[in-house]
Design a protein around this ligand. Sequence first.
Ligand code: KG4
Ligand code: ZN
Length: 386
Amino acid sequence: MKKGNNKIILAVETSCDDTCASILKSKNNNLKVLSNIISSQIEIHKKWGGVYPALAKREHQRNLVLVLEQALNKAKLLKIIESPVSPVDRKKLEKILEKEPELLKNLLKFLKKYKKPDVDIMAVTIGPGLDPCLWVGVNFAKALSYYWGIPIVPVNHIEAHILANFLEPKSKRIKFPAIVLIVSGGHTQLILMKNFGKYEILGETRDDAAGECFDKIARILGLGYPGGPAIAAESTKAKKEFKISLPRPMIYFKNYDFSFSGLKTAVLYDFKKRSPKIKKSETYIQEMCAESQQAVIDVLIHKTLKAIKDYKVKTLILGGGVAANQELRKQFQKKIKKEKLSINFNPPNPRFCTDNAVMIGIAGYYNIKKTKPWENIITEPNLRIH
Ligand code: KG4
Ligand code: ZN
């Protein structure tokens, strides 16, 4: 273990359909990304129009060792020194990965081939997420932790989406309290962040998450998976020919909760009543995309601004895949300016909004005191932030 704050972190993320590994280096309180590898399963899940957990688990098993190898290689931490895995270690690894036989086979080959890398800590997502997927990443981290003798920090995926905002030097300007809007495929939450590790959920979706809503609408319109980026791309070409008008669910409710399943149903009804020719026309699809995207944006901005004013916060933080949406970011900027709100708003780089292991590494760094012996780490698919 290096002295003081200087550490090398290996992060692993498998909570949904991306197999991710990343290496970060902390030096004098600055974090540097040495590698960020993402193996996306989009092509596999496309035909189902969403993530199929058993398939996602299988792909994580297949890809994890490869992704780890690439992450270490890119960070220049990979050294070929062949040495056999002892029968005792092999037995232990077989036990840890008893439910992931394919992963075990790949890992044993990897461990025989390479020397222990210069890594001080591991960070792994334990939840929230799809339980079969979480277990693959967690068991993988446990196997490495046992074999290399490196401690593990269990990471909350939602906190990681938030802490993705704290990578760049300008994040030093982030002042608390802050309002956080988490918008992903599984979550839509408004959170009051009082400090690192101090969170209060103010409101959340009562049914579908914003990203899930985009994914379902895209499926109705035949745009494939993931829906958000496809809807964003179609929206840019829209003309107002059909004058489609969709609801803004719960926008004027006095709480901070959301509901997006009615929006998807409204799209379905409109789609069903159109003639086959219109349904397939580019102009209709583009306009439907623009109106659904705007409906989601209107609700998100309205509720978030209400929370910013009610709690008199100093910063607005965005996180999650939908936070990569350019129109959402632009309209937030515009509205903040129009309402002359003096808050700090620097949305993170879009590549750190969608799932990645860099954010898991950042969360590991901020929670470095929460390392646990590998034997005690379990998944928490319904983990909540608090
Ligand atoms: O955070 P994320 O990668 O995974 C979860 O933790 O759920 O978010 C994935 C979600 C998907 O629903 C996807 O459609 C949406 O984020 N998404 C977007 C964009 N990029 C990804 N939604 C709107 N605009 C985007 N550019
Ligand atoms: Zn996520």
